[in-house]
Design a protein around this ligand. Structure first.
Ligand SMILES: Nc1ncnc2c1ncn2[C@@H]1O[C@H](COP(=O)(O)OP(=O)(O)O)[C@@H](O)[C@H]1O
Ligand SMILES: [Mg+2]
Length: 299
């Protein structure tokens, strides 16, 4: 089979070769394929176990992701009608609200590895060098089912009007975008940015799904508190819950988690000597102080 793929590539039959290779990897599912060393330095490979249900997502985002997963899973049905599944996703939203987690969960749901692009390793001081590395990375990525993850994409693809930006950088970004366009649909490209306004239209237009992950609302905080009560086997008083909600308002999902983990640590170490309400009240007090010294956009 590998020989046939090589032969088809030699004949420049890339579409056929991609399909065959995809088939190979589909059958090899469950067997952990590892990135070869020359590509391994350019991407970081992870095998997420997380699923969509582990995240709190806006209904519209969950719906869009469910559609994407169905298209990817039922690709044969689509192809029978000359259609391809969608596979280019742009995630935006402030830090700590699930961009990386969602990319991982999509990989987890598809049971494919997530390849996180390492810009430090890909971008060299010379254009030729960078172009060669990009080519190496994409040549590999197109051969396998995976989620290719570009984090903080704005640092690369930001508005290209800046005079001081060298022509080289522009060319790298263009080449990157062309490469993304050329990827077969079994390679799901997910890019994340905290600053979607910095991306020019040429960039975001390419992404078939553009999903925003907002910070939690009161209802989400309640859900985390309910889960906390259940996991710890405790009951938190109404007034304490209220002050927890108020101190966490405007913070990210990741900070809610951090807050409750802090509480959990105190709970464990107190060994029952302190009530959960006392512990949470002390946490709230500490977070208020913390809020006074750290600005909201400290990340
Ligand atoms: N929407 C969410 N639902 C549940 N947990 C979340 C959510 N967003 C973030 N978290 C928690 O916060 C942590 C950090 O989030 P992360 O995905 O790294 O955010 P981002 O990539 O947007 O900065 C996650 O590992 C997860 O535990
Ligand atoms: Mg992230």
């Amino acid at each position: 089979m590998e020989a046939i793929v090589a032969e088809e590539r030699e004949r420049q039959h890339h579409v056929v070769a991609d399909r065959l290779q995809e088939f190979l990897h589909t059958n090899a599912r469950g067997v952990e394929t590892t990135v070869p060393p020359d590509v391994g330095s350019l991407v970081h490979e992870v095998h997420p176990r997380r699923l969509l249900a582990d995240l709190t997502l806006p209904t519209a985002v969950l719906g869009a992701c469910t559609e994407l997963l169905e298209e990817q899973r039922r690709v044969d049905v689509l192809r029978a009608h000359a259609l391809e599944p969608r596979h280019r996703v742009l995630l935006s939203g402030p830090p700590g609200n699930g961009k990386t987690s969602l990319a991982a969960a999509l990989a987890g749901e598809l049971a494919v590895p997530m390849l996180v692009v390492r810009y430090d390793a890909v971008i060299g001081s010379f254009l030729g060098e960078t172009a060669a590395r990009l080519a190496r990375m994409f040549d590999y990525v197109r051969t396998r089912r995976c989620v290719l993850f570009f984090d903080e994409f704005d640092t690369l693809g930001k508005e290209r009007g800046d005079e001081h930006e060298t022509r080289e950088v522009k060319r790298i970004v263009s080449s990157l975008l062309l490469n993304i366009d050329a990827l077969p649909s079994h390679a799901v490209v997910i890019t994340a940015t905290n600053h979607p306004e910095l991306l020019d239209r040429a960039v975001w237009r390419r992404f078939q799904l553009r999903l925003n992950l907002p910070p939690p609302v009161g209802r989400d905080i309640n859900r985390f508190l309910d889960a906390f009560e259940q996991q710890q086997g405790v009951t938190v008083g109404g007034p304490v819950k209220k002050s927890v909600r108020s101190v966490l308002a405007g913070h990210s999902f990741s900070e809610i988690e951090e807050f409750l983990l802090d509480a959990q640590r105190r709970l464990v170490l107190s060994g029952g000597a302190t009530t959960v309400d006392e512990i949470l009240k002390a946490r709230v007090k500490q977070w208020r102080l913390r809020g006074a010294t750290v600005t909201a956009d400290n990340q």
